[in-house]
Design a protein around this ligand. Structure first.
Ligand SMILES: Cc1cc2nc3c(=O)[nH]c(=O)nc-3n(C[C@H](O)[C@H](O)[C@H](O)COP(=O)(O)O)c2cc1C
Length: 200
């Protein structure tokens, strides 16, 4: 069994929808999945002031919060974030910044990693946000497995770095959800192949 951790932050639900689709894709590919949100850092007053944010926080209150052990447990990890000024959200960065003790023991190295996201506009930082996560994976000694153009769905979506939704036109429908399922399937299959290689 391949262990896949899908860890994300979402204020208004776009990245959450991609994370759920990714979990479906990994499970269908035979993975055991941990779908986890990172801890919210924003003040309650800020959340309450945005009806979409408040509604999403309420509807996902039962999603388990990520802990560093989820990364250690996983053979493959997908991290998801909304774009914040062209980079990852601080909530996800805060989670990443709690990994020092496992990183220093080499417990994050040699795993398969990928990133997905959502930005409001077409040119508002999809790639730079995904690359801000890829930079972390280099430091962790991870094997970055991007979706590239390895499936027809990727030719429709056109982002080889990772699935990233443009939310200015509304929430993610097909085909972007299909892209998230495909990205998760691909990292699951790559992690399984890596495990077989180590065992041989
Ligand atoms: C503080 C802040 C900064 C943002 N920066 C960008 C940006 O640089 N480019 C962009 O296209 N969208 C930007 N957005 C929009 C979000 O990335 C976008 O709405 C995203 O789809 C939200 O995902 P979520 O629904 O999962 O929270 C920003 C939003 C906020 C609140």
């Amino acid at each position: 069994m391949t262990n896949v951790a899908i860890i994300y932050y979402s204020s208004t639900g776009n990245v959450h929808a991609l994370a759920v689709a990714a979990a479906e894709g990994a499970e269908k590919a035979g993975a055991e999945v941990r779908l986890r949100k990172v801890t919210e850092l924003a003040p309650a007053q800020a959340i309450a002031g945005n009806p979409e944010w408040a509604a999403h926080a309420e509807s996902t209150k039962d999603v388990q919060e990520a802990v560093v052990e989820d990364l250690v447990w996983a053979d493959a990890v997908l991290l998801g974030t909304p774009t914040r000024y062209g980079a990852m959200a601080s909530q996800l960065k805060q989670f990443i910044d709690t990994t020092g003790s496992v990183w220093s023991r080499g417990l994050l190295a040699g795993k398969v990693y990928g990133a997905f996201g959502s930005a409001g506009t077409a040119h508002g930082g999809h790639e730079s946000t995904l690359l801000s996560l890829h930079n972390v994976f280099y430091h962790w000694g991870g094997l970055i497995v991007p979706p590239g153009y390895t499936d027809d769905i990727q030719f429709q979506l056109g982002n080889p770095y990772g699935v990233s939704h443009r939310s200015g036109d509304g929430g993610p429908g097909e085909p972007v959800l299909e892209g998230a399922r495909y990205q998760a399937k691909r990292i699951t299959q790559m992690a399984a192949a890596l495990a077989r290689g180590h065992a041989a």
